[in-house]
Design a binder for this molecule. Structure first.
Ligand code: HEC
Ligand code: HEC
Ligand code: HEC
Ligand code: HEC
Ligand code: HEC
Length: 214
């Protein structure tokens, strides 16, 4: 019998032992022994270019997927290459000082060093495409990005947060008529979702440890 699964080598030894032996974790319950160290809500690093989601995604209405091209097909959403910005900025605001690092990058091929904001630890597995296929919208996990001048982390991305939705996903599942990038859609009562023929009812998000720790 494998007492310590593969992923436990990547987490603190005491916690790994407790987790692997089924110690203080209440499976399917509502509490965890593990100390919450989710201090990342509100994290908003300074970026190399003052790119505004409020302007581009909000006011101009550019769809999230124009830039975050991986989000429907892969684990990562991905941040756009310079060429995406230059589709417009080789014509618009050509002289803007704020855009100097973008022009530099386009000229010499050096990448723009965007600072990563959302990150789950390596021992936890997350895949965007599975969530998008089930019609969980960006706003459920990232908040109103279309109203953010500078993106900040809105949700804790903690294990308890993941499991809260995995236990009761229905309210967050959009009908197929509503886009995952529609930022104003709000979760609805489970009974309403359950009776909506346009919503998926066959989803079964993992609650077992190995669903997210592989
Ligand atoms: C014109 C391109 C563009 C569009 C459109 C766009 N984004 Fe972004 N997005 C970026 C860039 C560039 C970054 C990295 C800089 C930053 O964080 O502001 C980013 C960062 C992010 C991040 C933070 C990534 C991290 O490091 O954790 C999230 C979340 C995000 N975008 C969500 C969205 C959502 C949701 C939409 C649609 C409402 C959207 N974006 C539309 C270009 C875009
Ligand atoms: C679909 C077209 C489009 C794309 C793609 C686009 N932008 Fe823009 N951007 C605009 C428009 C339009 C403005 C506003 C121009 C104005 O204020 O007159 C703007 C303004 C800006 C400004 C403010 C410039 C200033 O001096 O006021 C920055 C910075 C910027 N964009 C960065 C980016 C970055 C970085 C990317 C790529 C991740 C990007 N943009 C992609 C259309 C675009
Ligand atoms: C179910 C929750 C959830 C949904 C829905 C979701 N995200 Fe994320 N997003 C996350 C988590 C968690 C991370 C950190 C992932 C990691 O560290 O591997 C993340 C990271 C990101 C990042 C930075 C890292 C990367 O993957 O490139 C971007 C950009 C992003 N999300 C954009 C989006 C956009 C755009 C949408 C909607 C089309 C979206 N996300 C929908 C939870 C979500
Ligand atoms: C707002 C709801 C929601 C949140 C928040 C959420 N999920 Fe999910 N998750 C789902 C749904 C819905 C599915 C799809 C299940 C299906 O298709 O049967 C899913 C599926 C998954 C799967 C299985 C898909 C696969 O590729 O194996 C994993 C793993 C997963 N989620 C991890 C996470 C992690 C890790 C977090 C937190 C960082 C998280 N989820 C947060 C709703 C959510
Ligand atoms: C829906 C996905 C999901 C499931 C299911 C899940 N976890 Fe986690 N777990 C996570 C995420 C995401 C983190 C990282 C949280 C953070 O960074 O705050 C995590 C963190 C942990 C940690 C580290 C805690 C710490 O404080 O550093 C342990 C130990 C752990 N999980 C054990 C388990 C055990 C045992 C189970 C089964 C009872 C389980 N997990 C089920 C997503 C999940």
């Amino acid at each position: 019998m494998q007492i310590f699964p593969r992923w436990t080598v990547k987490i603190p030894p005491m916690l790994a032992a407790a987790a692997a032996l089924g110690g203080p974790v209440v499976l399917g319950g509502v509490w965890y022994y593990f100390s919450p160290k989710h201090t990342d809500v509100g994290y908003q690093p300074k970026q190399p270019v003052p790119y505004s989601h409020k302007l581009h995604a909000g006011d101009l209405g550019i769809d999230c997927r124009y830039c975050h091209t991986g989000v429907e097909k892969s684990a990562v959403a991905s941040v756009p290459p310079t060429a995406t910005c230059m589709n417009c900025h080789s014509h618009i605001k050509k002289e803007s000082a704020a855009l100097a690092p973008i022009r530099q990058s386009a000229a010499d091929g050096s990448p723009v060093e965007w600072v990563r904001i959302h990150k789950v630890p390596d021992f936890a597995f997350f895949d965007h495409s599975a969530h998008i296929a089930a019609k969980v919208g960006c706003a459920s996990c990232h908040g109103r990005v279309d109203q953010m001048v500078h993106v900040h982390q809105e949700q804790p991305l903690s294990m308890a947060w993941c499991l809260d939705c995995h236990r009761d996903p229905q309210p967050h599942l959009r009908p197929k008529t509503v886009s995952v990038t529609d930022m104003s859609w709000k979760p609805r009562p489970a009974e309403v979702a359950a009776n909506d023929p346009n919503t998926r009812h066959d989803v079964n998000p993992p609650q077992n440890c190995t669903g997210c720790h592989r």
